[in-house]
Ligand binder design. Sequence first.
Ligand code: FAD
Ligand code: UDP
Length: 380
Amino acid sequence: MFDVVIVGAGFAGAVLAERFAAQADKKVLVIERRQRVAGNCFDEVDDNGILIHRYGPHLFHTDFVDVWNYLSQFTEWDVYHHRVKAMVDGQIVPIPFNFNTLQQVFPKLLADRLEGALLKNYGYGQKVPILELKKSADSLLHFLADYVYRKIFLHYTEKQWGKAPEQIDGAVTARVPIFIGRDDRYFNDRFQAVPRKGYTKLIENILAHKNIKLMLNTDSAEILNLREDEIYLFDQKFDGTVIYTGQLDELFNFKFGVLPYRSVEMKFETVNTEHYQEAPTVNYPDNYDFTRITEFKNIHPAQSPRTTILKEYPQNYVKGENEPYYPVFTDEARAAYEKYSAELAKFPQIHVVGRLAEYRYYDMDDVVKHALDIFTGLQA
Ligand code: FAD
Ligand code: UDP
């Protein structure tokens, strides 16, 4: 009946479904437990007439030309460069920390000296992770690193991960490096945009192929089962390809325990004013339980006398109670994942793709890139 079964209709599942259906003429079954496609990129117009991202703010950015060209077949784009500010000692300053931030938070004389030291030690246009800057022997840079660490990274990271920056993989805080220059965009990638009609529409377009059958409201465990080293679909032995984009621990019934993830409580609020804040996202490293506030009108302009904002409250993931948004980037967590990965090796038919399944801090473009590459690899 089906050649390929895909679990999950987020970016990973949708792209692979489309590739198998359109490029290899395979019959593809996509199983999705939610009522809607698009996974964590799901967006919809709310009661205020504003396009909101239900699972947190999603900004597309990529340097992968093949990813950009691929997705552009399914959507038009609105060019959009994300800008983030942070509330530091009562001031709203640009993030990533850059020369504009320096000039705003320090007296001019000191800011100029710090700029000079950064230029001398790293060079114009460079990005320096905070944990690297902290190692600097230069006394001026040491002072700066300590300031940025305390004001921007320490408490935000403690809220977001329940850990200090040193307790998680350095790549996490390196996502928001100190920027040596005046570019105060959140990303520097070549392509930056939002899909004109939203991510949900984009993913619906990717999935709109006659060879793809989509089953919503269906947990894969209801119809797809692993027995010994065999796979059963609707109680019949299945010899085709399986693409799995959910949690790997769940696929194996949590036999080695639940992998750690971080979750976030997303609290949307309607505010009775046309505009709420000066930037699309304002981070609150200190003082509040939430990490950031996003105002969606600043991403997707809309005519409305009201505005919708989202406050993100990080929390631990608890199975069955909230969503597993972020894999946890510690050595212990990686080791726990590797046990499941070894189990997976018994099923060469199954390929895991995506943020949950591969337990990686993938952005949307990384997921699409990986899905495209996996398909190419499987065809070779
Ligand atoms: P998902 O989107 O999680 O899709 C997996 C799908 O599988 C889900 O729909 C799930 O319901 C389904 N599923 C799982 N298990 C089963 C099962 N057993 N049976 C049936 N269905 C199942 N990326 C960016 O590029 N830019 C951003 O600005 C950005 N912001 C983000 C903000 C937040 C708060 C979060 C959490 C993520 C953000 N991301 C961002 C990352 C982005 O969400 C992911 O890269 C992308 O959604 C991953 O796609 P995926 O297909 O791997 O997983
Ligand atoms: N971070 C921080 N302060 C900030 C912004 C980011 O400490 O103002 C750290 C924090 O550890 C966060 C990580 O950098 O989890 C990555 O930030 P990013 O904005 O990329 O997180 P995401 O949008 O994926 O939640």
